[in-house]
Ligand binder design. Structure first.
Ligand SMILES: Cc1cc2nc3c(=O)[nH]c(=O)nc-3n(C[C@H](O)[C@H](O)[C@H](O)COP(=O)(O)OP(=O)(O)OC[C@H]3O[C@@H](n4cnc5c(N)ncnc54)[C@H](O)[C@@H]3O)c2cc1C
Length: 504
């Protein structure tokens, strides 16, 4: 089967105007939506109404809620996703996929004049004790999965915020368990994947689709739509098993930001114990806020070793909460469900000393204070990725990401009422990304990156990734602008699967 670039599209192309282009995208989407409503019914396909509005406006970043899809498909099964992709492929409609909705890439999980596939009706989690495997549908949020699984004494490797969804797996995924048990993506044993033409395959580390299996782990939405994840769990214990000393929060004022940054740098450089983990969040705009700096410290054991966490302990704090906790307790500490502001991610990956960390922090402070009126807050998050994290996954088929040492992630949170990133601010953000230290050879962590960062090209297996993409999407359906004959004119105008990293 091949995409039909119908005569309606061609007649619009003859107009050679932007208006025609928009109409043509809309026409293709309308055609797909009409087809899907007839096939799947009005329970699974909505073009308006309360539920439509909740989904379309429910993205974590307000910027993505500004897109309003022509229709939203709510698949209840893999077969429904196949039906949806078949219709999208045949009509040449643009489309987007949303799971937990937490992407900070503008336009990555939303679409205008296209079909949005939302996984709200696919939220099952199950545990098979005899196989010791967890099966997760793509609409699940990690907090719910971990709550459900704790009665079996197991957990999945999600993220560090309860509300985040399964898209995290496809970008790699960092949890507090990552140093000991690897990237969240590396807990994948098997995935059902609907390819762009609607065909279904099951990929594992060892079957004929092992190349796709590897590409999914870092390739996010570019290789197909995952409708079932089979995951290796971690035996974390039940809610009664307080196996971690953690959940603690150290809060220090912004005047101590340099000290916080230095403590983080020392942890990243010196810690080799995979049972130890941490995440530091520094607010780079509201420096005098009482919670300007927060350090989340985490240890798989009965206490936080002074030898690892001592630099954090010595920081003056305004609030501390340190105690033995279960993994379910820890997974509930960061909720991350707040909505209503435009958000933007950006990230750097680097190896560095204290000065490197501080330099990144200062660049972000300069950026946010320069455009202060645009922002409600802005955060720098420090996430160490120790060697142990990426070695674990090698035994399970590896991933597309490869080596990585530490990330500075940036989260500018735009002020209420800011509905778009001004050109000036966008230029400032580009400058910031060019200023922060990204050591050559280190891959970027796509879950935290901006759309402008050419993430795939930073992966060590970039050329393999391109070959895998060509194999599973031979017509380049995901990337082609809707109007093939005008590819050269409009190749940067849009790609069919929303926006996002290109380069495949
Ligand atoms: C508050 C907050 C906390 C975070 N904490 C962490 C953290 O601790 N660790 C970490 O690793 N990351 C973290 N992230 C980043 C997060 O992992 C990414 O934003 C991730 O993409 C979110 O996945 P999602 O399903 O919630 O989002 P979505 O926006 O729904 O999906 C993200 C991308 O994946 C695609 N996608 C989703 N499901 C599928 C599917 N089934 N098939 C194909 N494509 C699909 C979507 O189209 C989209 O492009 C955090 C983000 C936020 C906002």
């Amino acid at each position: 089967m091949s995409p039909v670039f119908n005569t309606l599209a061609l007649s619009c192309i003859l107009c050679f105007s932007t208006v025609c282009l928009v109409l043509t995208d809309l026409a293709a989407a309308t055609y797909a939506c009409t087809n899907l409503t007839a096939t799947l019914g009005t329970k699974n396909v909505l073009e308006s109404g309360a539920q439509y509005s909740i989904t379309a406006n429910g993205t974590w970043s307000l910027f993505n809620s500004l897109d309003q899809p022509t229709c939203i498909v709510y698949p209840a099964s893999t077969a429904h996703v196949q039906t949806a992709m078949t219709a999208i492929y045949e009509t040449g409609s643009k489309y987007a996929v949303i799971a937990g909705g937490h992407s900070g890439m503008v336009g990555y999980n939303s679409i205008t004049n296209g079909v949005l596939i939302s996984f709200e009706m696919m939220q099952n989690v199950s545990y098979d004790a005899s196989l010791d495997l967890v099966t997760v549908q793509p609409g699940v949020h990690w907090g719910n999965a971990i709550n459900y699984l704790q009665s079996f004494g197991v957990a999945v490797l999600g993220g560090r915020a309860a509300d985040v969804g399964t898209g995290l797996l496809l970008g790699g995924g960092i949890s507090f368990l990552a140093p000991e048990y690897g990237w969240s993506a590396d807990s994948l044993k098997e995935a059902d994947v609907v390819l762009v033409d609607g065909s279904l395959i099951t990929a594992t580390a060892t079957n004929q689709y092992h190349d796709l299996f590897r590409a999914l782990k870092g390739g996010v939405n570019r290789f197909g739509i995952v409708t079932r994840y089979v995951l290796y769990p971690v035996h974390t214990g039940t809610a009664a098993d307080k196996n971690w000393y953690s959940g603690l929060i150290v809060v220090v004022p912004g005047s101590l930001s340099a000290a916080v940054s230095n403590a983080s740098a020392a942890f990243v450089r010196e810690n080799i114990d995979p049972k130890a983990s941490m995440m530091v969040i520094m607010n780079t705009l509201n420096l005098t806020a009482p919670d300007a700096n927060i350090a989340y410290l985490f240890y798989h054991g009965a206490s936080l070793p002074e030898s690892i966490f001592g630099a954090f302990f010595s920081l003056p704090s305004t609030f501390r909460s340190l105690s033995p906790l279960s993994y379910a307790d820890i997974a509930a500490i960061v909720d991350g469900s707040a909505r209503g502001n435009g958000q933007q991610f950006g990230a750097a990956a680097f190896l560095g000393d204290e000065a490197t960390f501080l330099e990144g922090y200062n660049h972000l402070v300069n950026f946010t204070t320069h455009y202060e009126s645009q922002f409600a807050a802005s955060f720098m998050v420090i996430s160490p990725v120790p060697r142990s994290q990426w070695t674990v996954g090698k035994a399970r088929g590896g991933n597309a990401i490869g080596d990585h040492e530490c990330g500075h992630d940036f989260y500018p949170l735009y002020a209420a009422g800011v509905l778009a990133v001004l050109d000036d601010v966008s230029a400032g953000f580009d400058l910031l990304l060019s200023q922060v230290q990204t050591n050559s050879g280190l891959p970027l962590f796509i879950n935290e990156c901006d759309v402008s960062q050419n993430v795939f090209s930073t992966y060590p297996g970039y050329s393999t990734l391109k070959r895998t993409y060509a194999k599973y999407d031979p017509t380049r359906f995901v990337f082609l602008p809707s109007f093939v004959p005008l590819l050269t004119l409009y190749s940067s105008f849009s790609v069919r699967n929303t926006v996002g990293p290109v380069g495949l």
